[in-house]
Design a protein around this ligand. Structure first.
Ligand code: SAH
Ligand code: SF4
Ligand code: F3S
Length: 490
């Protein structure tokens, strides 16, 4: 059973687009700079997006990025703290770098991101090979911190800001397919879900100037990108007004009134009808009908919502401090179905074995899954995190084998549901944005439809960045397969 879970975990890790413990490595940017930076990123899309900001800041200060750590002068691990496993992975990786550093003592090792923020200077004591620790709001200080290490000191900055959004920094696109890109629209989180470490590692919620977001989307489109994903821990609470955000000194903003998330996606959708707009993550307590109607109004706003439920039981949701109950969640799903129809993709995050969860309460998660018919879910068993409300208030009393058994049950349910949702697409034609060749064969291309489903098909002379129409004729639980039927699209 353990192996089963691990295997499934790994499969879903690969499929995941967020909140995972997958790793991304920096690419080569050979522009002749004097020193080389290697970055490995763990965790969610926000972290991957932050690594692009870090690369940009370091590039301004004489660093090219490299995909080969052997030639690096500076190694950064941009880390995640969301579950214990995420931190264990990073510690294991640091142990591997220890061996390399013995041969190359001048190589600077820095820990960035959420684990840096959570452990602060303690990390220097715990992991002797670490020279530098920088939290998510301290990246502008990285060149200064590197100089401090060059001068022979250890360097730490874990100051959390109420204003920093890196709005003026143009990210260096790492691991880019040249078609899809992330744009951070806000930072931090004010929600205090009792299980979650993010409010402590990322600080207070703040929204980025919408003008700088639209400009970034326009720049990407001008460079040939065809899809942007707007990122935030709770995008529906995006809110920007010149007065509230006047501490962010940017070039003069064109925006004068209050901008909410519905307004923002409309502004980005208007960049060009050929630019797809996605976003993540939506919070069930904040997603409004106004957002859903705006999605409906624009063809290029993708019909896909990641709406994490965490649990299907109202008592557990209350203990999790999610501030909605099962009925509220169902009401939001009903609103999505009635405004956007059955074809809108819905995905979720779920946690099994939260403190005191009974078998009946676990069953409520399974019945909610039946009701919603999620296309996809990221599923985890509860991992107690130091300093969180749940750690302080509740006992982590569900034995690991029960947590894992419940996880296996929801994974099995999700695979069945994904398969049956995919079968509904058989015989239908979808508009697909081609993102590259399929992992299995260079002859085949792959892309996603509006609902975020991966579709694989014979290339027939098309290339990444093209929009094509694909008739779906086969599927499994994870992927649709089809054939191009008509190429005049967008
Ligand atoms: N802001 C997003 C989630 C960010 S964290 C939201 O509110 O939905 C991504 C996911 O990791 C969470 O949705 C949750 O399912 C999971 N997660 C967070 N803390 C966890 C913990 N302590 N144990 C297990 N899973 C956790
Ligand atoms: Fe964590 Fe909750 Fe904030 Fe998501 S909304 S980042 S789960 S505190
Ligand atoms: Fe993301 Fe992990 Fe931090 S999920 S916000 S990198 S704790």
């Amino acid at each position: 059973m353990d192996n089963l879970i691990n295997d499934i975990d790994i499969i879903s890790e690969e499929e995941k687009t967020e909140s995972c413990e997958t790793v991304k490595v920096s690419v080569n940017t050979n522009t002749g700079k004097s020193r080389k930076l290697y970055i490995e990123s763990y965790g969610c899309q926000m972290n991957f997006s932050d690594s692009e900001i870090v690369s940009s800041i370091m590039a301004e200060n004489g660093f090219d990025t490299t995909s080969n750590f052997a030639e690096a002068d500076v190694v950064f691990l941009n880390t995640c703290s969301i579950r214990e496993k995420a931190e264990t992975t990073v510690r294991r990786r640091l142990a591997q770098f220890n061996t390399i550093k013995k041969k190359k003592p001048e190589m600077l090792i820095g820990v960035l991101g959420c684990m840096a923020e959570r452990l602060k200077a303690k990390l220097l004591d715990e992991e002797k090979i670490v020279d530098l620790v920088a939290g998510p709001d301290a990246y502008r200080d990285l060149p200064g911190l590197v100089s401090q290490v060059d001068e022979g000191q250890k360097a730490v900055n874990t100051f959390l800001s109420r204003e920093e959004t890196y709005a003026d920094i143009s990210p260096v696109r790492l691991n880019s397919n040249g078609v899809t890109a992330f744009i951070s629209i806000m930072r931090g989180c004010d929600n205090m879900c009792s299980f979650c470490v993010v409010p402590f590692t990322r600080g207070r919620e703040r929204s980025r100037d919408p003008y700088s977001i639209v400009k970034e989307a326009q720049d990407l489109f001008d460079k040939g990108y065809k899809e942007v994903t707007l990122l935030g821990q709770n995008v529906d609470s995006y809110k920007w007004s010149p007065e509230a955000n006047n501490k962010v000194k940017l070039e003069k903003s064109e925006v004068s009134e209050i901008i909410n998330f519905a307004n923002l996606i409309e502004m980005v959708a208007q960049v060009d009808p050929k630019l797809r707009v996605r976003f993540s993550t939506s919070h069930p307590k904040d997603i409004t009908d106004e957002v859903l109607y705006t999605m409906k109004k624009y063809d290029n706003i993708c019909k896909y919502i990641h709406l994490p439920v965490q649990s299907g039981n109202s008592r557990i949701l209350e203990m999790m401090n999610r501030t909605y109950d099962r009925e509220w969640y169902i009401n939001r799903v009903d609103a999505i179905r009635s405004i956007l129809g059955d074809e809108c993709g819905i995905s979720s995050d779920m946690i099994t074995g939260f403190c005191s969860e009974t078998e009946e309460e676990h069953q409520d998660t399974l019945t909610l899954m039946d009701y919603v018919q999620y296309d996809f879910s990221y599923m985890f068993y509860y991992s107690e995190r130091p300093g969180t409300l749940a750690e302080k208030k509740y006992e982590d009393d569900i034995p690991l084998d029960i947590k894992k058994r419940r996880l296996a049950e929801i994974i099995t349910k999700q695979h069945e549901t994904s398969f049956s949702r995919n079968r509904l697409d058989l015989g239908k034609t979808h508009e697909v944005l081609i993102e590259g060749t399929s992992k299995r064969s260079d002859e085949q291309l792959q892309g996603r439809n509006s609902a975020n489903k991966v579709i694989i098909f014979d290339g027939e002379g098309h290339k990444k960045g093209d929009y094509v129409h694909v008739l779906v004729n086969d599927c499994n639980h994870a992927t649709l397969f089809g054939k191009i039927v008509n190429t005049e699209s967008k």
